[in-house]
Every structure is written in structure tokens, then in C-alpha cells.
Write a protein that binds this ligand. Structure first.
Ligand SMILES: [Zn+2]
Length: 269
């Protein structure tokens, strides 16, 4: 089995996680910029974080034969401080030409607040101006449907944004359809407790067109499982899905979407 982990926060994981992922067949990991679990106090904190994502983490992954890519932005969890967000957004272009940067992400909404909306619009503008792919985080709680709707409206309002170059992550049963209908890609996040369990994710795969769906673990500093993708692949096989169907969802689909960046290359490419 070979797979791509398209959403993982590896700076929060230990080296053993890389080894286990490599043994399970992971060929590439993609790391969206995220909240650190606490608010950073100044833009310099983001400078260091972006340096870590573009310089240090690829070397750590390479020791296990895994290619490391990343996405840059300020996450919606830190978007209430609009002045700080503006400073971070001004910093991002300095890093966009680095070889492992795939685009702008994970932007989106957390509480669907007015400031979050403002910062989301600024970052969609940033992506459009620099012709970058976009990875979007959707709220986890009861606001997911509303937040997803608001995000789709912001994206649709910018005519420069091509839907096939955007992935909306953390979709669930009640949001996947509106994302796919709008022509965007959708990601399902496999969490041990919240978000999608492997069983629910496979139910969704069996219900909707799989052309623009992928699976990720979104493992970070909280309760999460860096092996959620290969474990779900095993569950797919147990349910009788063909090898080719499994490979499509865990390898070919993410490869197809990410390759639109031009920088996404696997070791074999
Ligand atoms: Zn994430």
C-alpha cells in the first residue's frame, strides 16, 4: 500500500510517527499552517513557524523517505486580531516561492465571526493575486453547515478563483454535497472521536462521486492518529473495496489535486 497524507501537523508529532507512517506506505505529507494551540504574540512567531515548515520539517521527513510539503496562512483561530492577521498576510509572499509550498491554507472559519470573515476574504484575495491553490478549514461544531455556506460564497464572489483548485476540508455528511456540487474538492478528516470516523468516511465514499474526495488524519497536538489514513484503507478493503478503489482515494486523488501546484513531486516523479 502507498498513500499520501494530505493534511498533518507534523511539527507537533514525534519522530516515531514519521517512522510508522513510512512503514505504512506514506510517500508524502502536506502540512497546512495551523494554530499552535496558543496564540502567537507577534508576527515574528509566524516568521519562525513558516521557516520551520519550509526548512526544518522537510529535512526531518526526508530521513524517512517521505516528501514534505506545506501551506501557509494565518489560521482562523488567530484571526480575531485583524492587525496581526494583516502583518502575517504581508509576510506570506516572502515564502511562497520556497520549493515545498503548495498554496494558501488552512484558511477558513472557526466561529464564523465578522473578523474571521474579513481575514478569510483577505487570504482568498492573496491566493488569487499569487495564483495559489487553496486549502480551507471548516468549523467543527454545529456551525459547520453555515460556515461552509459562507466560505463557498466568499470563494464564488472572487471570479479569479477556480473551484477545481480549492479543497474544503473536514467535510461531513451534511456538507459534502454542497462542496462537490460547487465543483470544489472535499477532504474528510479522520479523528478517533470527533469529525469523521473511518466508518462514516467510507459511508460517504460509498454515497458520493469519489472523483474529488480525499482522506486525511489532520493529526496535530491534540487527540489524533497519524495512521488514520492507512487504517481507513484497511477498513475499505475489509468492506470489499477493490485495491484500485482504495489507491484512488488515498493516493491518486490527492496526487491529482496537489499536482496542480506544479511543485508537488513524489520521489519517483
Ligand atoms: Zn489542520
Amino acid at each position: 500500500m502507498r498513500y499520501i497524507e494530505p493534511h498533518a501537523h507534523m511539527v507537533s508529532r514525534v519522530t516515531d510517527d514519521y517512522e510508522h507512517m513510512a512503514l505504512a506506505g506514506c510517500e508524502a505529507v502536506c502540512e497546512p499552517a495551523f494554530w499552535a494551540g496558543f496564540d502567537r504574540s507577534a508576527v515574528q512567531g509566524f516568521y519562525d513557524y513558516f521557516s520551520q515548515l519550509t526548512e526544518h520539517e522537510p529535512k526531518r521527513a526526508a530521513k524517512f523517505g517521505i516528501k514534505h510539503f506545506c501551506w501557509l496562512c494565518i489560521n482562523s483561530k488567530e484571526a480575531e486580531d485583524v492587525k496581526l492577521a494583516e502583518e502575517v498576510i504581508a509576510l506570506v509572499p516572502k515564502f511562497l516561492n520556497r520549493p515545498n509550498v503548495l498554496g494558501i491554507g488552512e484558511i477558513g472559519l472557526n466561529k464564523n465571526s465578522r473578523n474571521e470573515m474579513r481575514v478569510l476574504e483577505m487570504q482568498v484575495e492573496l491566493a488569487a493575486r499569487h495564483q495559489q491553490l487553496i486549502l480551507v478549514h471548516t468549523p467543527h461544531l454545529e456551525d459547520k453547515w453555515k460556515g461552509t455556506r459562507l466560505i463557498l460564497d466568499v470563494l464564488k464572489n472572487d471570479k479569479r478563483i477556480k473551484p477545481e483548485r480549492v479543497i474544503i476540508d473536514h467535510v461531513e455528511e451534511h456538507t459534502v454535497e454542497m462542496v462537490l456540487d460547487a465543483g470544489l474538492w472535499a477532504g474528510m478528516t479522520l479523528y478517533p472521536e470527533t469529525k469523521c470516523t473511518p466508518a462514516r468516511a467510507i459511508d460517504i465514499l460509498e454515497t458520493y462521486d469519489r472523483e474529488r474526495l480525499w482522506l486525511n488524519s489532520a493529526c496535530d497536538w491534540g487527540v489524533s492518529d497519524p495512521l488514520a489514513v492507512p487504517k481507513t484503507a484497511l477498513e475499505m478493503k475489509r468492506r470489499g473495496h477493490l485495491e484500485s478503489a482504495v489507491e484512488k482515494v488515498i493516493f491518486q486523488n490527492p496526487k491529482k489535486f496537489l499536482s496542480q501546484s506544479g511543485k508537488f513531486k513524489l520521489r519517483e516523479d
